[in-house]
Structures are given as structure tokens and as C-alpha cells.
Design a protein around this ligand. Structure first.
Ligand code: SF4
Ligand code: SF4
Length: 342
């Protein structure tokens, strides 16, 4: 649909939040915790912080929980009884205050869960999510959204995007039918579109590399010293995957107690040494360099080759959270200088 623009006053934004809570919606929004901002459930408008570039955690856990119970089982000699199977009935959730990069991240995340296999649980959760993003007025040295075909005012993935204008009121861009429904249900809060343009109210994020050039280069960089060089300090802690809004690796584990237990789906990370360990003891990715290469190739070669969308939205979280100060932007910019293998 064609984007519709409105003005929403600051006071009306608070009323909109109140209406959503009043209608029983579950709202996740950035909340201050120490010197971090974290996506969390909120009940009151006053709990939401505006003081963040991106939240330390991403919003992906709303559709892809960190640990998810799939079912319980009870084995007997004759049979296995399955109970408490995930029932596909999920509540309406509002993501309030996602940045454009986080909203855009749901595009590759949803692609992944709808590749060779359609993940019903993920899709049912995703259907129930309304994304109200807020464009970026600030960025830092870790942000590189403009290098991955996005930007501080990118509306892809959002249902409605709000941009704070110079007088403190907001431009509301309505992008999807879900967003249109929100406006219809709260029509007294939305006014005729403002005169002021969006662009001067956005952060400036320098373009640091060309994604298509990196993709072409990676075709011939499987064997290259850059992978060991850039990952030498890696501790294999997995933080980069856990904070990433696009990373989707998971493991299925049984929490067993005798003949009964619970089957769980849990986040996993290609940065872990055991991630590709075979039962034979052979590990095809037996060095941190091999694991770092896989992370970059998956996001910047395999995913765009398969679905035309990169597995990275340039939020910079992985670099901000890395205890070893490994910076994905540093790897990507240095790849530009690398000569492909013959
Ligand atoms: S966060 Fe840093 S140290 Fe941890 S696995 Fe990722 S790159 Fe390695
Ligand atoms: S790889 Fe890093 S910069 Fe890219 S989306 Fe994931 S966390 Fe953000």
C-alpha cells in the first residue's frame, strides 16, 4: 500500500500508548536499566526511555523466544504420551520504539523461518506483532545501516514509523494495513500531515562499504588470512549471536527427568566451539577463524544469494557487546581491501 502520513502530537502519543494498554495489548518498549536500554514489557508510558541509540537486546525474542517449550512427554513401555504442545495461540504484541534496523531485521528473520520449512510457531507469533518504530536522531561509530541498504529512516518492516520533529511532535508514516487499522481505531489522535520534512530530523550515518561488492568478493575469499586475523581475540562466548536481531540458530534439547521431560528450542550460536561438533569427535569448524568466516559468509553471501536479503541490518550490537572488542564493521571494511583468491 502507499504510505500515508499524519501528524501526531506528543501528548497524543501518550494517549495512543494508553489506548493500547487499555485494550489489553502486551507492549514491549525500551526501558532504562543502569546505563543500558533494554526491550522489555512495559505497563506505563513513563517506563519508556528515549535515551538510546539501539537497545542492548534486540526485539527478536518476541517472535523467537530465547527458550521455548515445544511439548512435554511421558514414556511408558507401550507408548509415549505428548502433552502441553505449543498451541499456536499467542497474544497481540506491540513493539514500541524499535529502531528502523530492528524493524527491518524481521524481514530476513521471517525468511529464515520460511525457507525449506515453514515454522508455524514463529509465523503465528509474527502475525500477532505490530511494529511501531521510531526513526533515529542519533547514531554512533558502531552503526552501519546505510551500508546494508537501510538507513535511519528506513520504513521496511515497520507498520507505523514515528519521526520526532523540531517542535517535539511526530510525523507518523503508516506503512501497512495493520498500521492503517491502528490509525482507524485511534483516529482522534492523528491529524493532517505536518509541513516539516522527515529528512532533516534523521541521524547521519556514513556509508562504510558496498554490500553488493562485499557479496561478490566473498565468493572467492573462503581461504584467506583475514578470518584468523580478525577473530584471534574471540572467546567464543556467543554474545554477538544472542544480541543480533537476525541470528536465528537454535538447538532442540530435552530436559529429561527419568521417563518424562520437556522438549525445548533454545538459541544457539555458530561462535560456540561445540556448534558443529559431530558425534564422531570431528569438528569441521574447529577454529574460531573458521567460525568467524561462517558468520560473515552466512550473513553477507549465503543469505543474500538465497533470498536477496542480507543477514545483517547494520545495528552494530554485536560489536558493542563483544567482550573481546571484535568489530564486524572492521572485518567488513578490511574485506574491501582483500584481493580474492585466484
Ligand atoms: S561476542 Fe566477540 S568474543 Fe563473543 S563470540 Fe562474538 S566475536 Fe567472539
Ligand atoms: S551481525 Fe551485528 S551489526 Fe549485523 S544485524 Fe547482527 S548484531 Fe547487528
Amino acid at each position: 500500500m502507499q504510505t500515508e502520513n499524519y501528524l501526531i502530537r506528543k501528548s497524543s502519543l501518550e494517549k495512543l500508548f494508553g489506548n493500547l494498554i487499555g485494550n489489553g495489548k502486551i507492549v514491549y518498549a525500551p526501558k532504562a536499566k543502569g546505563n543500558l536500554a533494554l526491550f522489555d514489557k512495559v505497563q506505563a508510558f513513563g517506563e519508556i526511555t528515549e535515551d538510546y541509540i539501539v537497545t542492548a537486546n534486540s526485539a527478536k525474542s518476541v517472535t523467537f523466544p530465547r527458550t521455548e517449550k515445544l511439548f512435554s512427554y511421558h514414556k511408558s513401555k507401550e507408548s509415549t504420551e505428548i502433552t502441553d504442545a505449543a498451541n499456536n495461540t499467542f497474544p497481540d504484541v506491540i513493539l514500541w520504539g524499535t529502531r528502523p534496523c530492528d524493524a527491518a531485521a524481521f524481514i530476513p528473520l521471517t525468511e529464515t523461518f520460511n525457507g525449506d520449512f515453514q515454522d508455524i510457531i514463529y509465523n503465528k507469533r509474527r502475525e500477532k506483532v505490530l511494529i511501531l518504530s521510531f526513526s533515529c536522531k542519533r547514531s554512533d561509530e558502531y552503526c552501519f545501516c546505510t551500508s546494508v541498504n537501510s538507513g535511519p529512516g528506513n520504513t521496511a518492516g515497520s507498520d507505523v514509523q514515528f519521526t520526532k520533529l523540531s517542535d517535539g511532535d511526530y510525523l507518523a508514516e503508516v506503512i501497512t494495513e495493520k498500521g492503517q487499522l491502528l490509525v482507524k481505531e485511534n483516529c482522534n489522535l492523528f491529524e493532517a500531515k505536518p509541513e516539516e520534512d522527515k529528512e532533516p530530523n534523521l541521524a547521519i550515518v556514513a556509508t562504510r562499504f558496498n554490500q553488493e561488492e562485499i557479496q561478490a568478493k566473498l565468493q572467492n575469499l573462503f581461504e584467506n588470512p583475514v578470518w584468523d586475523d580478525k577473530s584471534r581475540a574471540c572467546l567464543g562466548c556467543g554474545s554477538c549471536s544472542y544480541v543480533c536481531p537476525v541470528c536465528s540458530c537454535f538447538d532442540i534439547q530435552d530436559e529429561a527427568h527419568g521417563n518424562k521431560g520437556t522438549r525445548l528450542r533454545c538459541w544457539d550460536s555458530c561462535g560456540y566451539g561445540l556448534f558443529t561438533m559431530h558425534t564422531s569427535g570431528h569438528n569441521p569448524r574447529n577454529t574460531q577463524g573458521g567460525r568467524w568466516r561462517q558468520r560473515i559468509l552466512h550473513k553477507f553471501l549465503y543469505m543474500p544469494n538465497k533470498s536477496k536479503v542480507a543477514g545483517c541490518v547494520g545495528c552494530g550490537r554485536c560489536s558493542r557487546s563483544c567482550p573481546a572488542d571484535i568489530n564486524i564493521l572492521d572485518t567488513l571494511t578490511s574485506l574491501q581491501e582483500e584481493k580474492p583468491n585466484e
